[in-house]
Ligand binder design. Structure first.
Ligand SMILES: Cc1cc2nc3c(=O)[nH]c(=O)nc-3n(C[C@H](O)[C@H](O)[C@H](O)COP(=O)(O)OP(=O)(O)OC[C@H]3O[C@@H](n4cnc5c(N)ncnc54)[C@H](O)[C@@H]3O)c2cc1C
Length: 398
């Protein structure tokens, strides 16, 4: 290790995604000694729809990343296009109060920008290190145990005053230190699959448009990103994965065939990278059982992917949690009440959009509803635009 492991960090953060990376950056800028661990070497691919809502510009600006994103070759996104198996189409504009577009940008680019900025701010970024559990001393979390070489290497310990779990869905630290409640019991279990594609102009989504192509029990989302690529990210029942014995190309060929727009795009495209998958996609929220640890981003709580809000929430969540972590560094005695106060602040800030996105998921995932709505050519797009607007903080404060 190039640093002294015996010297405790102020904060150790497991996971260098948007929540962990943005929190690390903020804390380092305020003078904390921070370690940030991730099993990946950056830049790395990540399963995601890769669409950021226009609201993200504000928090990217406050993090000092907006100019880099502007220079990244991102796709400005202005509208969403829903299509159904009966070839009906419903389009709605994204209206940001200050006219800023949504952002189509690969996670390999975005997350790497964040990691680079964190490193420049003095964060000890430890790549290829998988956190395997907490260090617990006298009933309190006091750091993490990790393994090098992405998880297959030697174990090592990192001590810290405050530990943050930011490993995304299915977190090891949350499983060992907290309780998770699911908020979506009444639906089939869903899984996500994503791949970058080269799509010819004739079948690609029109410029500035994200596609939401409905199929049985789920959808395929398409978003143009940097480099002329299209990101295809589908959310589908896990039963379909089992029925196709995990063969993703065969599954895509069969399920996407049901929707003419998606079928055309899929048939004419060339893969530009491997599939990435995640199972057990649920809306859930977690509560730590032990003092000394905070949960950030998807570790604290998840949102239905369909609203395109998870990444913005992870970045805004970094902003919400930072003062509580700073206060915990200043006063060890109040850690329990700070954990509770942070959770309350997180729920106040995000519960409304989580409920709305759940509602959208249940409405929009039914192709017959979109078939019906598409007949109301003026009202339905306006309603959809207004609905998406309600999922965001306003204004964007840029
Ligand atoms: C199918 C699907 C589509 C989505 N599409 C969109 C979209 O279009 N727009 C949007 O805004 N949101 C979308 N989301 C949600 C979004 O991806 C997440 O909400 C967001 O990435 C959460 O950020 P995070 O930093 O909490 O976690 P993540 O981005 O998941 O980052 C977690 C990090 O932790 C690391 N890690 C994992 N295990 C360990 C470990 N043991 N030790 C250390 N590090 C570890 C990982 O390598 C990763 O870098 C989608 C989600 C799904 C499931």
């Amino acid at each position: 290790m190039p640093f002294d492991v015996s010297l405790p960090f102020d904060v150790v953060i497991a996971g260098a995604g948007l929540a962990g990376g943005s929190l690390a950056l903020r804390l380092a800028r305020s003078g904390a000694r921070v370690a940030l661990l991730d099993p990946a070497r950056f830049p790395r691919e990540k399963l995601c729809g890769e669409f950021l809502s226009p609201e993200a510009w504000g928090v990217l600006d406050r993090l000092g990343l907006a100019q880099d994103v502007e220079r990244s070759g991102y796709e400005p996104i202005h509208r969403v296009r829903l299509t159904t198996p009966r070839a009906r189409v419903l389009e709605a504009e994204f209206t940001s109060p200050d006219g800023l577009p949504g952002i189509g940008l690969g996670r390999s680019v975005l997350d790497n920008l964040l990691v680079q900025h964190a490193r420049a701010a003095g964060v000890e970024v430890i790549e290829e290190a998988r956190v395997t559990g907490p260090i617990v001393l006298q009933g309190r979390v006091a750091g993490v145990v990790a393994r090098g070489s992405g998880g297959g290497g030697d174990p090592f310990e990192l001590r810290a005053t405050v530990t943050v779990a930011a490993e995304g869905r299915h977190s090891t630290l949350v499983r060992q230190t907290g309780t998770t409640r699911t908020r979506s019991r009444f639906r089939p279990r869903l899984f996500g699959m994503k791949r970058h594609l080269n799509v010819p102009d004739t079948t690609a989504e029109p410029a500035g448009t994200v596609g939401l192509h409905l199929v049985s029990g789920g959808y395929g989302g398409t978003c143009r990103i940097e480099g002329g690529l299209t990101n295809l990210c589908a959310l589908l029942p896990e039963s379909a994965l089992r029925a196709h014995r995990g063969q993703l190309d065969r599954l895509a060929g069969n399920l996407f065939a049901a929707n003419p727009a998606l079928a055309r795009l899929w048939e004419t495209s060339q893969p530009a990278g491997p599939w990435k998958t995640v199972a057990g996609v649920r809306v859930e929220a977690s509560i730590p059982r032990l003092p000394g640890i905070f949960y950030a981003g998807d570790c604290q709580g998840t949102i239905d992917p369909l609203g395109g809000q998870g990444m913005t929430m992870a970045l805004l969540g970094g902003e919400t949690i930072a003062p509580f972590v700073t206060a915990a560094l200043a006063s060890d005695a109040s850690i329990g009440s700070l954990q509770r106060a942070y959770r309350a602040a997180w729920h106040r800030r995000f519960d409304r959009r989580i409920r709305l996105c759940r509602l959208f998921h249940h409405i929009l995932i039914n192709p017959w509803m979109i078939d019906l709505a598409s007949a109301f050519k003026t009202v339905a797009p306006q309603l959809l635009t207004a609905g998406f607007e309600q999922t965001r903080d306003r204004p964007t404060n840029r």
